[in-house]
Write a new protein. Structure first.
Length: 136
């Protein structure tokens, strides 16, 4: 059974692969997580302009969960150096998201958005062993 994921919901918790379905495509799952993170980053950037700190924090926490899930989906053993570099990039993105609620947070979110968009565009061209490995 496959369940449709809607990232525009109020829940900040990312869906697990089991919630997506047993035949879920690892690249598709990664793309869904990236899209969800990018949507929340954009919404958090809007909150910087509108002055909604509580909603901004909720969106940032949701984004942190999604990026954490992306990081957990990497196969570091099989992915070698490329996977290690992507892991380092996710670590940097997480640190920037945590700093985003402080001074110059809008600039940090713009940077994180740019990094995730570039990674999302490159993801289909990465070797299969770097992308998400099926987990049981």
């Amino acid at each position: 059974m496959t369940v449709l994921i809607q990232f525009r919901s109020a829940s900040p918790r990312p869906a697990s692969r089991r919630e997506v379905g047993p035949a879920a495509d690892p690249h598709g799952f990664t793309r869904i997580l990236m899209d969800g993170a990018l949507e929340r980053i954009e919404a958090a950037r809007e909150q910087f302009l509108e002055g909604g700190p509580a909603e901004r924090r909720r969106l940032l926490q949701a984004t942190l969960l999604l990026v954490g899930e992306l990081r957990a989906e990497l196969d570091l053993r099989e992915g070698g150096t490329i996977a290690a570099n992507v892991d380092d990039l996710y670590d940097y993105i997480i640190r920037r998201l945590k700093a985003a609620d402080m001074a110059n947070g809008s600039a940090a979110l713009a940077e994180v958005s740019h990094l995730l968009e570039a990674l999302r565009a490159a993801w289909p061209f990465m070797p299969a062993e770097v992308r998400a490995a099926p987990r049981n």
